[in-house]
Write a protein that binds this ligand. Structure first.
Ligand SMILES: *Cc1c(COP(=O)(O)O)cnc(C)c1O
Length: 366
């Protein structure tokens, strides 16, 4: 009984996401030393789920000299975290709040003539070119008119064109960046002929930064890599997350017991089931149910049945588990499942796992 009380006291009391910023710092330093130019730390989507301000400050302290975000609101949060390097926001509506951009000193991307027309106040802008994705950015047939309009806007004091940017659609595939590279350099040349003098050309994100130095140009925009995700599969980076949950209930069941909704799992022997208070609302994808495992009582254990919104059942066989024991949903890789495992089980990419951790999971940063 005494041992049991001690174990309860030591255990995590609620689902917790532990963020190890030393991993983010290490990863940042590696990109800073590899990059031919500067490193822009991309902290969109709450710093890939790791905490926008924490990741931004950590990356800047480790040598990143730019911050990249999607929305202007994220850029404001970066500024409010005390970061004073240039910040670029690249996905905004045409009626973006230009005064906020000016007040907080945030660069805006310009992906179209409509966007350009709405900008004033001398905002620093980056012309955003579609370099092969048909997603964001100006289509090639509009580049010429965009460049000359940007030059007129610059002469009128409405904007200052500091950059030209593109994005690569297939950077995980070796040799697939040639079109995008040529397109961006063609766009830069057109900008110069229009009289613009952009000083930063940027194209590469994590994959291209790791595998194709020819794409580095003046700045590489690194998001996934900062938090230990390498989409190119070439480089071992440090994962920063450890997601734990306490066992809240334990039951012994007979062979032939249906577990959870729809009885998707039926026990084939007498076994012990442990309940964890985390589910798909906390970021455990329901689609991973049939393959998922967690670390509990010294080894990996299969999830039994379907992951519910708030709960998941784990089969621990004949091993002893008590309420309060800590389960590791995923961790940096000391035997416990990893973010990459969860992504594979769910048929997705690690990015979706790390950005999908629910708001009610406690964050614990160190
Ligand atoms: C998200 C994003 C990045 C960062 O990509 P990673 O592969 O996560 O490094 C860079 N550029 C743009 C335009 C993005 O949207």
């Amino acid at each position: 009984m005494g041992a049991r009380v001690t174990r309860l006291r030591q255990a995590a009391s609620e689902p917790t996401l532990q963020v190890d910023l030393t991993a983010v710092a290490d990863n940042t330093r590696r990109f800073v030393s590899w990059a031919r130019g500067a490193v822009m730390a991309v902290v969109k989507a709450d710093g890939f789920g790791h905490g926008l301000g924490d990741v931004a400050c950590t990356a800047v302290a480790a040598g990143a000299t730019w911050i990249g975000v999607t929305s202007l609101a994220e850029g404001v949060r970066v500024r409010e975290s005390g970061v004073d390097v240039p910040v670029l926001s690249w996905l905004n509506p045409v009626d973006v709040d230009v005064r906020t951009a000016v007040r907080y000193g945030i660069d805006l991307s310009v992906p179209s003539l409509d966007h350009l027309a709405a900008i004033e106040g001398g905002v620093r802008v980056h012309l955003q070119l579609d370099t092969g994705m048909a997603r964001d950015g100006a289509a090639p047939e509009s580049w010429l008119s965009l460049m000359s309009a940007a030059r007129r806007a610059e002469l009128a004091g409405r904007v200052s064109v500091v950059g030209v940017m593109g994005h690569l659609p297939c950077a995980d595939t070796p040799g697939a960046n040639e079109y995008g590279k040529r397109a961006l350099l063609r766009g830069v040349e057109m900008a110069r002929q229009a009289g613009l003098r952009p000083s930063v050309r940027h194209l590469a994100a994590t994959s291209a930064a790791l595998t194709d130095p020819g794409t580095h140009l003046d700045v590489v925009r690194i998001g996934a890599g900062l938090v230990g995700i390498d989409p190119s599969g070439t480089t071992l980076l440090r994962s920063a997350l450890r997601f734990t949950a306490p066992v809240v209930q334990v039951r012994r069941v007979a062979a032939g017991t249906g577990v959870g909704y729809g009885h998707a799992h039926v026990t084939d022997r007498a076994t012990t089931l442990a309940l964890l208070p985390v589910g798909y609302a906390d970021g455990l994808p329901r689609s991973a149910s049939a393959r998922a495992e967690v670390w509990l009582a010294g080894r990996r254990r299969p999830v039994a049945g379907v992951i519910s919104m708030d709960q998941v059942v784990v089969d621990v066989g004949d091993d002893e588990v008590v309420p309060g024991d800590e389960a590791v949903v995923f961790g940096p890789g000391d035997g416990e499942p990893t973010v990459a495992d969860w992504a594979r089980w769910a048929g997705t990419i690690p990015h979706e796992i790390v950005t999908g951790i629910g708001a009610r999971v406690r964050r614990n940063v160190r």
